[in-house]
Write a new protein. Sequence first.
Lengths: 117, 116
Amino acid sequence: DAGVTQSPTHLIKTRGQHVTLRCSPISGHKSVSWYQQVLGQGPQFIFQYYEKEERGRGNFPDRFSARQFPNYSSELNVNALLLGDSALYLCASSLGSSGAFTYNEQFFGPGTRLTVL
Amino acid sequence: AQSVTQLDSHVSVSEGTPVLLRCNYSSSYSPSLFWYVQHPNKGLQLLLKYTSAATLVKGINGFEAEFKKSETSFHLTKPSAHMSDAAEYFCAHFKAGGTSYGKLTFGQGTILTVHP
């Protein structure tokens, strides 16, 4: 079975540009979460979506937005890129049908490496 | 607020010697705790998880961790390091509640170096 997939694997943008990152969850998973991992730090939670609705948001500016599609894939959008947005962006999927942990264990994709020049 | 603290940013061991990576947590209730490993330019791989069952948790690749409530710790150990264990390790806390179906809060990471 395919795991979580993300595209593209690498991306280079310049300051002020916009970027869209994509994630396809494991088949049968309805929840997608996004994390930002800046070099030398642990991942930080950005968003969680379940059944196309936002279920959680981390402490990120409004330049960051996301959405989930009917097939449960997801996009993360970042506007007006800053140098500090350079990071590895990780997507994780989970069953997400209940508050119980069993349904919320998160499986991570390989990430998209974004470099902002 | 719930959080995890990894006490060492770097740990260096010789191949065949024990590994100890330290993690302390703060939580107002019984936590769900995890250890993930990240090899260079790769995503996160789950090593093991504690979810209020046995306090000694066995994971993949010979790793295990012990949940100690009295010490608020969840240290990761391995009896004998292998060169392939060289990677960055993250301790994480899972929180669910409210309208959220859960998020992970990660520590800063510990880079494990294994010398021949």
